[in-house]
Design a binder for this molecule. Sequence first.
Ligand code: CA
Length: 360
Amino acid sequence: MKRRDFIKKASTGALATGAITLGGKAFAAEPEFKWKMVTTWPKNFPVLGTNANYLTKTIEQMSGGRIRIKVYGAKELVPAFEAFDAVSRGTAQMGHGAAFYWKGKSEATQFFAAIPFGMTAQEVNGWLYHGGGMTLWEELYGRFNLIPTAIGNSGVQMAGWFRKEINSVDDLKGLKMRIPGLGGEVLKRAGGTPVSLPGGEIFTSLQSGAIDATEWVGPYNDLAFGLYKAAKNYYYPGWHEPGTVVETFINKSAFAALPKDLQAIVKHACKDANMDMISEFTAKNNTALNTLVKKHGVKLKPLPDDVLKKLHALSNKVVQEIAEKDAFSSKVYASYSSYQKQVMPWSEVSEYAFMRARKL
Ligand code: CA
């Protein structure tokens, strides 16, 4: 094999194949692919990390072992925030993360992860699969030699853990809160101080009073972190992350090297993983919320309406500003916001009206 071909094969994960002989007849052996997946989570991290294991196992089973993918937790092969570049250049063939981590590549990435007061899991899946969202996402990542798709969703997150009660907009002033991304920018405009902390430092910072509040994910992940031991006021809803999309990104050349049936297997396994994550979160959040309230005496409270209204108005401004960054971000903003505008009335007469009716 020429050196150039060998290097190409190495980066697409294809293994050399030879002919096999059966009963005197020669058959071309099925090509096999050994891929690497780099993730932005610690290995086996509940739901987010285990989803990577679930996805790769599904692909392996559906392909009868023709694709095998080894999962690397953050730092095992590359640091968490280098996963995008590692897959782009072919060091690994697949990555597992959330698009807002790559905002340094393009502001538009944020529409493919979480938008404050944006769309829910069900609505965002509508946009991605049937509303033009996926085409825009593919166009954006295509510039980096990547193919993106959704492999999970957190559903509506929680607003977070607060040492003191939030009774009015004034209580946000001077509030030091661990809240990353667009939500953090919104808090800043409401007079608070957003703090960026890695997962491992959240608990001690909240307990020592270095921060007044933190958001994390939802009851299942929050319970595992023990955040209820550091603050008792647990507020909802997670206005800043109403349906965070978890993603995979695949090296374009590696994907192109797969036969058509394996390409279909990878794509459909991703859709299956997307459904599995929201199902798992739904089942486990409900159980964990009961434990938090009944066993640990957590005070579960809705954020006051005037606080939500203020955060909503500020969010609209912050999100609109992304559209002003560059032409492509403007295009994605237009698609996202017009889809949201047209889907909301349907959500109101279906999900929202039914949930209200169910409680009458
Ligand atoms: Ca969060």
